[in-house]
Every structure is written in C-alpha cells, then in structure tokens.
Design a protein around this ligand. Structure first.
Ligand code: SAJ
Length: 440
C-alpha cells in the first residue's frame, strides 16, 4: 500500500476531526447570522470560538447574555458555561482553529458599489494566523467570484494549496430574523467549494449540525443562488409597486386585485406594494449582482428598473399625504403629520434602509411638523435631530396620520376612531371603511 501523501493525510485528519466533532470551529462575525451558527455547532458538540472585532460583543457572549433575537439567553448561557462556546476579539485564535465561517457584513457604498472592506479585513486577519488543515467558508452575501477572486488569493499567499492543504467554500446565509418556523438548524444550506474536495469537506461539516445540506458544483453557483433568491424578491416587490402606481392612476383598489390574484392555487406568488424597500438584504443584494454583471458587459435592467420603482415609493407616499391634506383644505406646510411605524418591516426594530426615514425627510422638507410612534424604535435621528417615539394617542392631534410600518401592536380601531385623516401605505386598515382612510 503506497504511503498516504501529505495532502491525503491533511484531508483525512480534518475529515476525522469533523466526523468526531473534535474539530475546533471558528465563526468570524457574531451578528444575526454568526451567533446562531456558532450556537448550532456548539449544540452539535463542537467546541466553538466566536471572533468579532467588537470587544463588547465578545464580552456579552462570554457572559452568556444573548443580544440576537433568534438566540435565547437560555440557549446560549449553558453552552458558554459548559465551555462549548466562547468569544474573543483576538484573531490569533485562528491558529487553533480547524474550521472558520466568515459571517461579516457586505453593505453597499453610497455609489451603490459593493463594500468588501469587512470581508477583506477578516481575511487579512485569518491569513496572518492561517495553517494547513483548515476549512474556510464565506457566508456573507456577495457577488459571484468573490470567494475565488478575493478570498482565495489571500489564503494561498501563505504558500498553501487549496483542495490539498486547506479547503475553501461559499455558503449563502439564509437567516430570516424573527422567523418562528425557519431557523438556522432547519433552513437548507447550500454549499459550493473551490474544488470537489472543498465542496465535500463543506458538506460534511454542515451536515454535523444542520438538517439539510445542498452541495453545488462551485463557489460561483453558491454565490449566485443567494443573489437569485433576493433579486427575485426585490423585482417582484418592484412589480407590485408598479401595479400599485397603475391602479392608483386608474382608480382600482390594488390590494383587492392582489388578494383576488392570490386565490390562484398555482403559478402566482403574492407580493405587496408598500412605502419602499428597507432592510440590509433585499434593497442591497441585487446591486452586488448588477455591479458584477456590468463588468461582464451585461446590463441588469430588471434590477435597475425595480430599484428605481422601489425608490420612488417614498415620494409616492409623500405625494398621497400632500393630496389628502389638500383635499382637506390644508397645505403640508405647517400641518402636523404623525407617522405610524418607522422600522423597515413589521414587528422588528431594525431601521436600516427604512423607507420611513425617506418619507419623514420628504415631509419635513415640505414644511410639515412631524411626530412618529413605533413601539420597537424608541428614538431616531432625522437630519441630525433626535426624535422620540410618541404615544400612539398623540396621533389624534395630527392633521394627517401615515401608516408606514404595520406593526401588530398598533390599535388600528382606535386610530380610525380618533384620527382626522389616515394615509395607509400597508393596507393595515383593510377591515375598516371610512372616508378618512386614503389607501395606497
Ligand atoms: N416588502 C414589500 N412588499 C412585500 C414584501 C416586502 O414592500 O411584498 C418590503 C418590506 O416592507 C421591507 C423589504 O421589502 O421593507 C424587505 O422585506 P423582506 O420581507 O424581504 O424582509 P428582509 O429584508 O428581512 O428579507 C429577509 C431575506 N432573508 C435573507 O436574505 C436570508 C429574504 O431572503 C427573505 O425572503 C425575507 O427575509 C423573508 O421572507 O422574510
């Protein structure tokens, strides 16, 4: 029997550690993606080290106190106490790790170009302590080619060969914060490697902790899967918004149209118009794709058009408010306008890219006196001025109320009773009939 080559030994050793769950797992980036992932591997029996640039996050994890909604402290604390999960801000921990998942942010710059700085700095730190026998998996949503063109060169500079000395994959994160049914453990996990051996190592690793693993043939396929998922969503929301603009012009109730179309048991999937697109995924991910395709000489016209239409919705809502006040004989200038709900979507506290901020700014610039109520967002900054969330009852004093985010906690019946005029951008008042309600 010929001697096993060094490469075969490296792969075999790592494979055995993963199967035995003695592999020391590392998660870089302890946010709403990284912390739940760290917990899943710790629960599967791995000893997990979380690495985050924030000392505060590392400290919080080590006290067993969760700061991520999907990770109850009751789940985190015992894992920390049993030594299965610890966190640090010191990347030298990489030297002791066998697997590393990179779960750092990939925002857009103001110019709508990808901001790769978080991925690059994480990989620079990893490369400084890199060693043979390591499996690295990038999870941050990014354009096709990032793993092979950006991450791989930073790791091979150590002289190590991918697929032989170390293994490199991409696996899209699919965390849907607050989703009661789908959490990290039961969301199918797509994974694609730089080489078939990489894909197999990634598949083996995830299958130790997650219910379903979907191996694909390359990192580019895995990167593209995520972008298709979220671009599909952004474009269909854009279509719903364009249908709303058409129906508004033709005097048709778009909400009734969509609800009736949704009775079709096949070949249709309802999306709904709204005040615009918020969040850190849907409005952003498609522009990672269009940025890359532009370099390949292909204009992503659907993405650009949907982005334009979605971007127009805050203006459309502000115009609806202006027209509603006008019909009541009131100019926007000097009118008291009360915005209900500012988070980017229902029943969360996240303000990122929220269209409510655009709507507040537009109305402020038209001279309105503004207030808002949001039980999940106690305060916000608008044009450098801090606004505090007012009690819902204050909406009764407004010349016009605008429902921008339809939180479940709002007392809609009370609002219809007390408010003078309501512009509803979410069909939150679908059960109510009143001349004071103006729908999108
Ligand atoms: N929105 C509409 N109309 C719709 C649906 C959403 O205007 O019909 C708006 C929302 O109000 C929000 C924005 O679009 O401002 C994004 O909403 P979202 O429901 O897509 O929620 P996100 O941004 O939290 O998207 C996440 C994504 N998850 C991941 O990327 C892992 C997305 O892929 C999920 O499909 C989505 O959650 C979900 O289904 O909840």
């Amino acid at each position: 029997m010929p001697e096993a080559t060094a490469a075969e030994t490296t792969a075999k050793t790592l494979e055995q550690k993963i199967r035995a769950r003695t592999a020391r797992a590392g998660i870089v980036g302890l946010g709403y993606v990284g912390l739940p992932l760290a917990v899943e591997f710790a629960r599967a029996g791995f000893t997990v080290t979380g690495i985050d640039v924030s000392e505060e996050k590392a400290r919080r994890v080590n006290t067993g106190k969760s700061y991520v909604g999907d990770v109850p402290t009751a789940t985190l604390a015992p894992l920390v106490k049993d030594g299965k999960l610890r966190a640090t801000a010191d990347f030298s921990a990489v030297a002791e790790l066998d697997t590393i998942n990179i779960c750092v942010p990939t925002p857009l710059r103001k110019t709508k170009d990808p901001d790769m700085s978080f991925i690059v700095s994480a990989c620079q730190e990893i490369a400084r302590h890199f060693h043979p026998g390591t499996l690295v998996i990038l999870e941050s949503t990014t354009y096709p080619g990032t793993t092979d063109e950006v991450v791989l060169p930073m790791l091979t500079q150590s002289g190590l060969e991918v697929g032989r000395d170390f293994f490199l994959c991409f696996s899209p994160e699919r965390v849907d914060p607050g989703n009661p049914k789908y959490q990290t453990a039961n969301i199918p996990k797509v994974v694609g490697g730089v080489t078939p051996a990489c894909t197999e190592m990634g598949r083996l690793f995830y299958s130790q902790a997650l219910q379903t693993v979907v191996p694909v043939s390359s990192t580019q396929v895995a990167e593209m899967v995520k972008l298709l998922e979220n671009t599909f969503r952004m474009i269909n929301i854009g279509l719903a918004n364009e249908i709303a603009l058409m129906c508004d012009r033709m005097g048709i109730n778009v909400w009734e149209v969509i609800d009736a179309a949704a009775t079709k048991p096949f070949g249709f999937m309802p999306f709904y118009p709204g005040p615009g697109l918020g969040g850190h995924c849907i409005p952003i991910d498609p522009f990672y794709l269009s940025w890359k395709t532009k370099q390949a000489g292909i204009e992503a016209r659907f993405i650009e058009l949907a982005g334009y239409i979605n971007g127009q919705m805050p203006h459309f809502v502000a115009d609806k408010v202006q027209a509603a006040l006008n019909d009541a004989g009131k100019p926007v200038k000097g009118s008291r306008i009360h915005v209900m709900g500012v988070a980017y979507k229902r029943d969360i506290e996240d303000l990122r890219e929220s269209p409510a901020l655009d709507i507040l700014l537009l109305l402020k610039r038209r001279g309105a006196t503004l207030a808002y109520s949001d039980p999940h967002v106690p305060r916000l900054h608008l044009d450098g001025i801090e606004m505090q969330s007012a009690p819902e009852s204050a909406a009764a004093d407004a010349d016009c109320v605008v429902i921008v985010t339809d939180h479940s906690a709002f007392d809609y019946a009370g609002l219809v009773e007390r408010a003078a005029l309501i512009v509803d951008s979410r069909n939150a008042l679908k059960k109510f009939r009143s001349p004071k309600i103006v729908r999108l």
